[in-house]
Ligand binder design. Structure first.
Ligand SMILES: [Zn+2]
Length: 423
């Protein structure tokens, strides 16, 4: 049976995210994290909501005097904007528990290939999306290698904002590069209907897999298509030492594995590290999300920062596979816009951004305050996806005019960041 406090939190989330009243309502909570620049964590605060939009945010005592409407007191909860999962692979949701842990990338890929990794379990994906929404997630960035139209359709019928990336893998681009982009009737790519940030709003986009598995020509063609359409682009970048070795020398057990399967037969190493290579191909700009960035050097980080590309860390996936951890402090110090994703259930225990944040906080004690941590799953991804995807435009902060989509910060996250300075 669900504990009473968990029941209260679940019911608070449902009330917050499904209310449809036409008169203002005042949601009061012990703490509110607005996640807007210059706003600290507010104690005894409130959010005024009308027609699924935020009218006002501030101290409860002030808002009670300046706004009419019923008060819903959420008690001791900490209210934050609904959160983003900036990188996952829903098509591999059924792979939970079926891959190796901590044995490195080659062993992990072998365990992936030994299973039916691309056989989407549709009901399971829908269950995971429902679970995500119940935990206060409002946006998912999904990568799909073989099933992008199917996954885009599922996402469009969920209550989530999303981007559905179709992953380009191989050596050369198709005759018509536009076919790199999947089209799904259910997806409103114009953002013209309904409120931004509401159910099913998203975009179909294109991603590259990685610099060794997506050839330079194909990678460039994919980025060109994304750029021409004003869409976000994404690639796995600097995830593991095998990637560095393949690009620098062409000598790697992973390359041997791929060749044994008839992949990358004619591969010749460009002789560059991943980040400088990505930059030389014109892949890095403010519309590109670089996923992982585990093996980056200081010079690589400076290149990423100068390009204004964003970075998505997937720390539990890196731990699961056994490839090391990205230099979080250095990325933040360089001013890089850092987001957080879970990767797929092929390399993680769940898809919950809060669980990812709790793990990252535990791994980096004292590095981040609660608001700095929350930024990785709210304001930072909103900064990246907001200008590019309709479903992300009014998410990521609690401020007048934003969508009234909330999360309740779980106790596990509060516990991890309780030792840090209050914001
Ligand atoms: Zn991934």
């Amino acid at each position: 049976m669900m504990p009473r406090r968990a029941q209260a939190i679940t019911s608070a989330r449902q009330n917050l995210n499904t209310q449809v009243s036409t008169m203002p309502e005042i949601f009061r909570a012990a703490r509110v994290a607005p996640m807007t620049p210059g706003w600290p964590l507010l104690e005894d605060a409130a959010v005024v909501v009308q027609d699924q939009m935020i009218l006002d945010v501030g101290p409860y005592g002030h808002l009670r005097r300046t706004h009419a409407g019923p008060v819903r007191d959420l008690g001791s909860l900490t209210l934050a904007p609904a959160v983003f999962n900036s990188h996952t692979h829903l098509e591999m949701t059924h792979m939970l528990g079926k891959t190796t842990t901590g044995q490195g990338f080659v062993a992990w890929v072998e365990s992936l290939l030994a299973n039916n990794a691309y056989g989407v379990d549709e009901p399971l994906v829908r269950t995971e999306l429902t679970r995500l929404e119940s935990r206060g997630c409002a946006f998912v960035a999904d990568i799909s290698t073989r099933n992008a139209p199917l996954l885009a359709g599922i996402l469009a019928s969920s209550g989530l904002g999303f981007v559905s990336f179709q992953e380009a893998i191989g050596s050369s681009p198709p005759d018509d590069p536009q076919t790199l982009l999947h089209q799904v009737d259910a997806v409103d790519q114009t953002g013209q209907s309904g409120h931004a940030g509401q159910a099913g709003q998203g975009a179909c986009a294109v991603a590259g897999h990685a610099l060794y598995s997506t050839g330079a020509q194909l990678m460039r063609a994919a980025k060109d298509v994304a750029r021409a359409k004003g869409l976000p682009f994404s690639l796995h970048l600097a995830e593991h030492a095998e990637e560095d070795a393949i690009l620098l020398t062409g000598q790697s057990p992973f390359l041997d594995l791929l060749r044994s399967r008839g992949i990358l037969d004619g591969y010749s190493a460009p002789g560059m590290r991943p980040v400088p290579l990505a930059q030389s191909l014109g892949l890095l700009d403010e519309a590109t999300l670089c996923v992982h960035c585990v093996t980056v050097t200081d010079e690589d980080i400076a290149l990423i920062a100068a390009s204004r590309a964003s970075v998505c860390l997937c720390p539990r996936s890196n731990e699961h596979i056994g490839v090391g951890q990205a230099p979080l402090r250095e990325l933040l110090d360089a001013g890089v816009n850092v987001c957080l994703g879970t990767d797929g259930l092929c390399s993680n225990a769940d898809l919950d951004p809060f669980a990812e944040l709790a793990w990252l906080g535990q791994r980096n004690p004292g590095l981040l305050t609660l608001c700095q941590g929350l930024a990785l799953i709210t304001a930072n991804p909103a900064r990246f996806f907001g200008p590019l995807v309709p479903g992300a435009k009014r998410l990521g902060s609690l401020a007048p005019g934003q969508a009234a989509r909330f999360s309740v910060v779980p106790q596990a996250v509060l516990d991890v960041f309780s030792g840090a300075d209050s914001d």
